[in-house]
Design a protein around this ligand. Structure first.
Ligand SMILES: C[S@@+](CC[C@H](N)C(=O)[O-])C[C@H]1O[C@@H](n2cnc3c(N)ncnc32)[C@H](O)[C@@H]1O
Length: 250
């Protein structure tokens, strides 16, 4: 933890210059207002990380590229229309939900996590940045989709770094409205994970519409965004009990 206490916080000018450069390199223009909001989020992330485990990434440039630009790498109006309802499953410190909410304030985003402390941190960001388009939801992904308020209720579900794809599909697809999308932000093993998933996709009603390899500015690693459409209803018995999902993935 000592290291985290010593992390230097960049000035707003340093942060904004880098953020705008990396977002432009990725093809996403960034306004001054958005940059200002992202700076506030970055500072709070680093400050709060001293007492609450939020992220292992604390270097300013890495926060810009690996958290902010990476979160926005899934943003595409072809899939994410203005005003869309989005559930971010396993949002943690708010990725990709908060960057999407700052980038497009018409999106109606629910930040969902099983850890209340992280949601409390996110509520302070929501309040301070007046993100009227964002709410938090506390619970387990496997439980809440059995309630009428949440089942097949979201245009889009997003998730980054939460579970392997066959498990994640059982957690997320029940929340997606028919014809909506589950958008999965994945790391190096994405091809292997897709190969593990045909049975889960078939049972749960998902179809892989696009696998988009992502190349982030200034770093050389393998990642992709998967756009998975909900093409038929998920049978009511899914998701199964947490133990069955983990021990017997579809
Ligand atoms: C590795 S973090 C990833 C956080 C964030 N999405 C990111 O990319 O930085 C995984 C998050 O998923 C949450 N999580 C794990 N299992 C969950 C479940 N069954 N239901 C809801 N959230 C869960 C954890 O509390 C944690 O905040």
């Amino acid at each position: 933890m000592k290291e985290q206490y010593d992390v230097a916080i960049a000035t707003e000018q340093e942060f904004t210059t880098d953020l705008k450069a990396q977002m432009t390199a990725f093809g996403l223009p960034c306004t001054d207002e958005q940059a200002h909001d992202f700076y506030y989020y970055y500072v709070q992330l680093i400050e709060t990380n001293k007492s609450l485990n939020l992220t292992a990434i604390t270097d300013m440039h890495e926060v810009v590229v690996k958290h902010i630009v990476d979160s926005l790498s899934c943003y595409d109006a072809q899939y994410i229309a203005d005003g869309a309802t989005i559930l971010d499953v396993g949002t943690g410190a708010g990725f990709p939900g908060i960057p999407l909410a700052i980038y497009n304030r018409t999106l109606k985003i629910t930040l969902f996590d099983s850890l209340q402390k992280r949601l409390k941190f996110l509520q302070t960001i929501i309040d301070e940045l007046k993100l009227e388009n964002v709410v938090t939801l506390h619970g387990r992904a496997e439980d809440m989709s059995h309630t009428d308020a949440h089942r097949e209720s979201y245009d889009i579900v997003t998730s980054r770094a939460v579970a392997r794809l066959p498990i994640l599909l059982e957690w997320t697809l029940p929340y997606v409205k028919q014809n909506g999308y589950f958008i999965s932000l994945k790391g190096a093993a994405y091809e292997e994970e897709i190969q593990e998933s045909p049975k889960a996709l078939d049972i749960l009603g998902g179809t892989v519409k696009e696998v988009r390899p992502i190349s982030l500015p200034t770093i050389d690693d393998k990642r992709a965004v998967l756009y998975i459409q909900k093409t038929k209803a998920t049978p009511n018995k899914y998701p199964r009990k947490p133990k069955d999902i983990k021990e017997k993935p579809l």
